[in-house]
Write a protein that binds this ligand. Sequence first.
Ligand code: SF4
Length: 556
Amino acid sequence: MAASAVRVICTTLLIEKSPQALPLGAACIASAVKNCSELAGAVDVSLKAFCLEDEEFPNERNAATKYIAEKLIEYAGGTESSGNAIFCFSCFVWNISLLEASAKKLREKGFVCIAGGPEITAHPSFYKGFDYTVSGEGEISVPQLISQIIGKSEKSDKVIISPIPDLSLIHSPYLGGIIDPSEYEGALWELARGCPYKCAYCYESKGQKTVRMFPMERIKAELDLFAKKKVPQVFVLDPTYNVNKKRAAELLKLIASKTPDTFYYFEARAELIDRELAREFTRIPCALQIGLQSANVDVLRLVNRPFDKKKFCHGLSILNEEGVTFGLDLIYGLPGETFGSFRDGIDFAISQYPNNLEIFCLSVLPGTDLFDRADGLGLIYEKEPPYHVIKTKELSVDDMKRAEKLSKACTCFYNSGRAVPWFNSVCRLLKFKPSKIFELFYEKYTDFCQQLSSQCGHENHEAIEKIQLDFLRELCRSKNMQRYYPALEDIVKFYGAISRTTDTGKSETLSLNYDAEYVASDYASDIRYFVENLRPKKCRIQTFMNKSGVDFRYIK
Ligand code: SF4
């Protein structure tokens, strides 16, 4: 670094330290600045991310902004001259308020602060706490802006609309050593930018309708790096991975050959799944997340989201038949959605056997098509991040709270409770819809549902399983169906133990009321038939891991 080099610090604030929260946006900007030939020798760029989970990160807002500002000055080498450092902030809905307040403190000391990211892109003129705001992908504009600031030659506008970069010309922050996936136990992996769809609530709603792909040479080199670093998991950033089936299949083959042991998470479109592609997904350890958002075609039409229910179900049935794990997303608070149609959405989603069902509150994000139409659609929402819907024409404040309760109960009972192997059978047996079971569960275990808002690890699963069993015993009793409980208990315990052994590799011992072969068989999908046609036969089993996965053996 030249003695007079200006320090450029790209920064952000993360919610948690996980591969999904990795500071990729800030890293991309750091990489662009580092590789800008005009700035060679003139800047010393680095990436410094803060995390709410850091032990020393203060809880109180004023202390937190002071902490960020002081740390950034420290990273910049002290306070000898504010002209020797420029700070670039990567802003999202959840961090904009703290980052803007920190930038104000830095500006009081004379430092230059630039902001970009989705929240700035949405409304670049709104945030006045920064010297410059850059809307859009910043790889071209930010290095140019820094060059102008350092050169003090040209005056730049305070609000900059960034041109769209050619993805074949921008540098990978992983390959350039800006960010090390080993530090985050995984990677966020950008394969493409843009989306062919225009969902009204999404930042892409006003973007270009084209998908730009990163070149294959970069993708291959990043895969080689992931293999070298033994990256355990990768979250693929491509909103519709399978929009180009040929490329999706080609990449899956490449992933299988280079990183066969890494677990991949994809976002995919169910309507575009066919058997050939589903089989390609089975080549690697992976899970797909699929946006359903609502099961009501009219609601989806209001937010510009095409939905072909028949094709959607067909795609999911292929995934189920081929054994590809997938989860579904739903949103509450969409215009036109009643509480009844939202519940139908939950019931429909669960009937497709998703591994997990994520249910979110709609955010009316500035800069989206929905934001422009919100008043006409009758959406009342928070005017500050996270811009959650408070009520709609069809959903009262009370309905929104009831929807949130169903979301929490689903997270706790279904997702964290790993209920996919047996939940639909239980619903059929007890003649309850899934949403009704979630409602009853929330009523009985309110505190538990509130505390447990995210998917848990295996340590918590046993505790959830105990609660699930207590609850199911009570439901059987309330329906005068106690005779079915021993079989139901076996099925819940059996699949719970299998899933924990899959996670941990550790054996578990179980006592069952019925022969384990029956419990593990297709008979268990119809609990009424199971109980009415099979005799109880107590047994003890032990789960274990072998080369082909988890199995069990009988023990005395
Ligand atoms: S929500 Fe997903 S599919 Fe819809 S426009 Fe946004 S990125 Fe594309």
